[in-house]
Design a protein around this ligand. Structure first.
Ligand code: NAP
Length: 317
């Protein structure tokens, strides 16, 4: 039996992931945990989802609750609770607010679901992944942040549209920070197994413009419709189904580094990993060009500075 808890189920990402997982029908029991004040909203969402699932003859079990103890026995706990960045907020402002929420829930998870895998979605996700790791006390293979997998899907989309090729033919990856310091690995991108550089000989691509578009992808969606929902939900669905099915796919997630990639230590960043039923099986060694390596170091510096400030704040509170 597979049990998944979504913390922050009243939010845009939380409820969309719930529906996505229910539709996939790979989870036996889905706990939709919210604050008490949002419980009625989640109950309404669940009733609405059941109506849709009946049309597909899917009998998923969805349990709306505000009782933290209902997560007992979860295999995976997803944290989507937290505020989104507003225009007047710096990344540190956001981290200060959300880290208190992540600290609290990570301690709850350690108490009520000590054998689970934690998936962190709340932003700034790389900083929050380290906070979840430290306050849950879990092994680092069990604490995973979503960010660069979504960025990689966005890059895949941009390349597919540019070359007018089925997106399934594009193999690409974004590592580093889920934010301004993301590092698109164009040097190792392939289309139909052929390195991108060969395509560039025949068809012009303004790489700087495309990378800028990639970095602004979330901002662009949020400015038009207020939030991102389908992209993150499907990206999280990929991670969860890979874990549940023990698929051992190579996906890019945020994980705490101890020198595995370019010697970077004591910071969580997006890197390719093999995902399996126990969480991260292995960080995949990558070979990058020197400018990509420098960008990765910049990402590490930026995220570590913010993480250290947050650690200090939480220690003193
Ligand atoms: P949202 O619609 O505003 O939902 C926020 C959720 O967090 C709600 O369930 C809310 O509960 C809960 N929450 C807020 N403050 C809380 C607190 N102090 N204690 C407990 N729960 C609290 O936001 P969203 O669009 O779902 O985004 C949620 C988070 O995911 C944000 O940090 C966002 O930046 C991040 N995100 C990350 C990615 C990624 O790729 N990593 C992608 C998209 C979004 P109430 O309903 O009770 O207020």
């Amino acid at each position: 039996m597979v049990k998944v808890t979504i913390i922050g189920a009243s939010g845009t990402v939380g409820k969309n992931v719930a529906f996505q997982l229910a539709k996939e029908n790979v989870i036996d029991e889905l706990i939709l945990l919210s604050r008490q004040k949002s419980h009625q909203k989640v109950c309404g969402e669940v009733t609405d989802m059941y109506d849709a699932l009946a049309a597909e003859n899917i009998d998923s079990k969805l349990i709306p609750t505000y009782n933290i103890e209902d997560m007992v026995g979860s295999d995976i706990v997803l944290i989507t609770a937290g505020v989104s960045r507003k225009n007047n907020m710096t990344r540190l402002d956001l981290a200060q607010i959300n880290s208190k929420i992540i600290k609290n829930y990570s301690q709850n998870i350690a108490e009520y679901a000590p054998n689970s895998i934690i998936l962190v979605v709340t932003n700034p996700v790389d900083v929050m992944t380290t906070i979840a790791l430290e306050y849950s006390g879990f092994d680092k293979t069990k604490v995973i942040g979503l960010g660069n997998h979504l960025d990689s899907l966005r890059l895949k989309n941009l390349l597919a549209k540019h070359f007018d090729i089925n997106s399934g033919e594009i193999h690409t990856r974004v590592i580093g920070e889920h934010g301004d310091h993301m590092v698109p690995l164009l040097s190792s991108t392939t289309i139909g197994g052929i390195p991108l550089k060969y395509f560039l000989k025949h068809q012009y691509l303004n790489i700087n413009q495309m990378v800028e578009k990639l970095k602004k992808a979330a901002e662009n969606i949020i400015s038009k419709k207020g939030a991102t929902e389908y992209g993150p939900s499907f990206a999280i669905g990929n991670l969860i189904s890979t874990i549940v099915n023990d698929s051992r796919k190579i996906l890019t997630v945020s994980t705490y580094l101890e020198g595995e990639i370019e010697g970077v230590c004591d910071v969580s960043l997006g890197v390719p990993v093999i995902l399996c039923k126990d969480g991260i099986k292995e960080i995949v060694p990558i070979s990058v060009e020197s400018h990509e390596k420098n960008e990765f170091f910049d990402a590490a510096k930026t995220v570590k500075e913010c993480t250290d400030k947050i650690r200090c704040m939480l220690n003193n509170s």
